[in-house]
Design a binder for this molecule. Structure first.
Ligand SMILES: [Zn+2]
Ligand SMILES: [Zn+2]
Length: 276
């Protein structure tokens, strides 16, 4: 059993797909004995002022609400180190929106995400339309381009769920990989290391039985071999049951690879915490 359990990626009902109020998420995190806990509600920058094709949600309003709710939580839950976070999706598609979401708010941690590439829907929706291997590979090629541009944009702390496009369109129990994109994956991992940003270990697919098994151990081994040492841990919970799920297993895996610490961000500064 680990004493330094954490979860730096979590959604309250300030996210369209979250089910519990922020306060209740924190109460659960404290009960689990987490050392560090971050709420990181969505800001899909390409939908900051609404987009009819995505249901018209306005992330400008969601970001403001999430920030207001987070402001008092540390005082209410002294048993955990609560971190105020945000998951910034597709910042390169709308950098002004990303700038607006981040400015004037003292976030502890900013997660950078690519859920969909330029002009295309979220992989969650896109996967159904990708019928052939060629179409899948073309979508992955675009994904790696957007990851590189996101790292170049750079106003985030940790890169979320790198295997996100492999979550959808693959059978349950399968183990999809980036095998055909080793060169592109290396380029992303190297750029990340050179930028000083962290790589997230998103544990939400680690114990899942009704989808493909992710993320790939190979990704973290490769990151380590290339010199990467900054890994954040996040279960990407959207309700009470998912908080810190898979984090102990991820810590086991990181230790097997050779990591001795994980990274947390406090006031956007990285801090190392022993994998213990
Ligand atoms: Zn995400
Ligand atoms: Zn998320």
């Amino acid at each position: 059993m680990y004493k330094n359990l954490c979860d730096l990626h979590s959604h309250s009902d300030c996210s369209f797909d979250g089910t519990l109020p922020a306060r209740e998420m924190c109460r659960r995190a404290e009960a689990l004995g987490l050392k560090y806990y971050a709420l990181t509600d969505h800001c899909e920058c390409d939908q900051y002022d609404g987009a009819p094709e995505f249901g018209g949600r306005k992330y400008r309003d969601a970001v403001r609400r999430a920030w207001t709710e987070m402001e008092t939580l540390q005082a209410e839950f002294p048993g955990i180190r609560f971190l105020k976070g945000i998951e910034i999706g597709q910042p390169i598609q709308a950098p002004d929106a990303a700038e607006d979401a981040l400015s004037g708010r003292g976030y502890d941690i900013v997660i950078g995400s690519v859920h969909g590439t330029r002009g295309k829907p979220d992989f969650y929706h896109l996967a159904k339309a990708l019928k052939t291997e060629d179409e899948k590979n073309a979508a992955l090629a675009r994904y790696f381009e957007d990851l590189m541009d996101t790292i170049a944009w750079g106003k985030f702390d940790t890169l979320a769920h790198i295997t996100y496009p492999l979550r959808y369109g693959y059978p349950a129990g399968s183990h999809p990989t980036f095998d055909r994109f080793q060169k592109e994956l290396d380029a992303v991992l190297t750029a990340l290391i050179e930028s000083g940003k962290a790589l997230e270990f998103n544990t939400s697919r680690l114990l899942k039985t009704d989808g493909p098994v992710l993320p790939d151990r190979e990704v973290y081994s490769r990151y380590y071999a290339l010199g990467g040492r900054r890994v954040t841990l996040g279960a990407d919970a959207h309700g009470a049951n998912g908080i810190a799920k898979g984090v102990p297993e991820a810590m086991d895996l990181l230790r097997e690879i050779g990591f001795t610490e994980y990274t947390v961000f406090i006031g956007r500064e990285p801090h190392s915490v022993p994998l213990a």
